[in-house]
Write a protein that binds this ligand. Structure first.
Ligand code: TPP
Ligand code: SF4
Length: 526
């Protein structure tokens, strides 16, 4: 084991040998010297030191500063070391991205001095896939426990492997949920006790353990799959080679590589570190045989594939490029940011209205966000969306307290009306505001938008009537931009004509009817 200066005790002992002998002569009654002289680190050349892949300092709370996050004898530390040394030898520290999920494995980000991303429970292979596809030159590692990978994340790992994502997955299998105190994992062995299988795992009740390496080896795409164990030094050296090989495969641009590591969890197993290692050898290896299940170079694809067309994101999404398409509007934006909530039933164009607004915002050079929210019943179930238009970067797309609420029905008015900020506006699609409803210091405009749209030729245009009203009432975006967005988005000419008139009608309603005696905000928006 290395001390803080990276010099092993063995090195010190060798260098001190003559000194020790002299002291033993003067104190023959003890086998230890009276005082071991303090070694001067500058006199020694370290033969073994901490991998530079690890941070110099492991940050911990002051009362825990002398220990790592891992329990004594935990396998995570050993696996960390093997990975760090392999990355160092491959010279890929600066291009490695480590994806840590939930469980004791999450602590990896306190130790590895590489790019670190933390993701939701079980989702590491999905996130790692996205990262690798966006940054194909990076080495992307998904580091997962067995609860994480084989329970909550079963789908993610199977599909990432099946797609042959060019990532490396290190699967630390300790047969239990470590971090949460020892619940049964999919890998818990038959007869093994856990807090949720106190009588031992029974196949009749909890099913058989999942063998992930074997399961993934039934798929065509993976290029390398091996199971190794941290039971003794010999097996640790095999694990070292497996870790290295998996990373080399990724470096060489091959496909999905996976190393399952049988690893001790002395704390939950209630064993000391030595017993825990012995238990791996005696119990786990027979149940999870060590093997190379797959080791081949990627075979040429049987089906000829054409490269996807290289198009910009804006082009694929049908968005006009911000710089090319910015419309310079006369009024300028008088607000820093506007938060809008649009709510109603599915089918009322609630989500679409939000999308149209952010498209307009983009064309006017604003930062925008749109967050939809709807239940399982999209059509006729309730739906709402959050829209932010801002001159600055948007921190969160969630709108808890809107400046403007567009309530497409009474249910939404009652549900979200009281969230509107003081000085804000509610645009309500209804003849009149219900007598028993009011919000202090908020302007409520009731307008029969559905009727207006119906008269114009289609109730489908109700949302566009509301949009016209919103633009006129708040002046947050230019009607000219609205028209150009509608012209681009609405393909049916007859519907486009109705939408044009609906936009105009909504604006007119605010100008000629709603504003008689209504109060506008001094600067458009507070
Ligand atoms: C979505 C979600 N569900 C459950 C949890 C609680 N949780 C935290 S860690 C953990 C178990 C992790 O076990 P494992 O993946 O085996 O890792 P280990 O701690 O043994 O390394 C669970 C269930 C959570 N954080 N998030
Ligand atoms: S609970 Fe188990 S897996 Fe977690 S740090 Fe402790 S020994 Fe390691």
């Amino acid at each position: 084991m290395a001390n803080e200066s990276g010099i092993s005790l063995l090195d010190i002992k060798v260098k001190l040998e003559p000194e020790l002998e002299k002291q033993l002569e003067t104190h023959p009654e003890t086998s230890l010297p009276a005082a071991i002289p303090v070694a001067n680190p500058s006199e020694y050349e370290p033969t073994h030191s901490k991998s530079p892949l690890f941070y110099d300092l492991y940050e911990r709370k002051s009362e825990l500063k002398n220990q790592t996050h891992y329990c004594p004898g935990c396998g995570h530390g050993v696996v960390h070391k093997l990975i760090a040394e392999a990355l160092q030898d491959l010279g890929v520290q600066d291009k490695t991205i480590f994806v840590s999920p939930v469980g004791c494995s999450v602590f990896a980000y306190y130790y590895f001095d590489v790019g670190n991303v933390q993701v939701a429970h079980g989702r590491a292979p999905a996130s790692a896939s996205a990262i690798k596809r966006s940054c194909p030159d990076k080495i992307v590692i998904s580091y997962q426990g067995d609860g994480d990978l084989a329970a909550i994340g079963t789908a993610e790992i199977v599909h990432a492997a099946n797609r042959g994502e060019k990532i490396t997955v290190f699967f630390v299998n300790n047969g239990i949920y470590g971090m949460t105190g020892g619940q049964m994992a999919p890998t818990t062995m038959v007869g093994e006790r856990s807090t949720t299988s106190p009588w031992g795992r029974r196949p009749s009740n909890e099913g058989f353990p999942l063998h992930m390496a074997e399961l993934l080896a039934t798929l065509e795409a993976p290029v390398y799959i091996e199971r190794v164990a941290l039971s003794d030094n010999k097996n640790i050296m095999k694990a070292r080679r497996a870790v290295r090989k998996a990373l080399e495969r990724q470096r060489d641009g091959a496909g999905f590589s996976f190393v399952e590591i049988l690893s001790p969890c002395p704390t939950i197993w209630n064993k000391d570190p030595i017993e825990a290692r012995r238990w791996i050898a005696d119990k786990m290896i027979p149940a999870f045989p060590l093997n190379v299940f797959r080791d081949h170079q990627p075979a040429p694809l049987a089906v000829k594939e054409t490269d996807p067309p290289q198009r910009s994101v804006a082009d694929v999404l049908g968005i006009k490029q911000a710089s090319a398409g910015i419309t310079h509007v006369n009024h300028g934006h008088r607000f820093k940011d506007v938060k809008i909530k649009i709510a109603g039933f599915g089918g009322q164009g609630v989500l679409l209205l939000g999308q149209l607004l952010i498209e307009m915002g983009m064309r006017e050079g604003l930062e925008v966000s749109w967050l939809p929210s709807y239940g399982p019943e999209m059509r006729s179930g309730s739906a709402h969306c959050h829209v932010c238009l801002s001159k600055e970067r948007i921190g969160s797309p969630l709108v808890s307290h809107p400046d403007v609420l567009v309530a497409m029905n009474e249910f939404s008015l009652r549900k979200f009306g009281r969230e509107v900020v003081s000085g804000g506006v509610i645009l309500y699609n209804g003849e009149t505001v219900p007598a028993d409803f009011s919000v202090p210091d908020v302007e409520i405009v009731a307008m029969p938008a559905a009727e207006i749209a119906d008269r114009l030729g289609s109730t489908k245009a109700t949302n566009i009537v509301m949009m016209g009203a919103l633009l006129e009432e708040t002046e947050c975006l230019s009607p000219r931009t609205a028209l150009s967005v509608l012209e681009d988005k609405v393909k049916k000419l007859d519907l486009l004509e109705i939408d044009r008139r609906a936009l105009h009608a909504g604006r007119l309603f605010i100008d000629e009817q709603a504003h008689i005696g209504a109060v506008s905000q001094p600067d458009g928006f507070a």
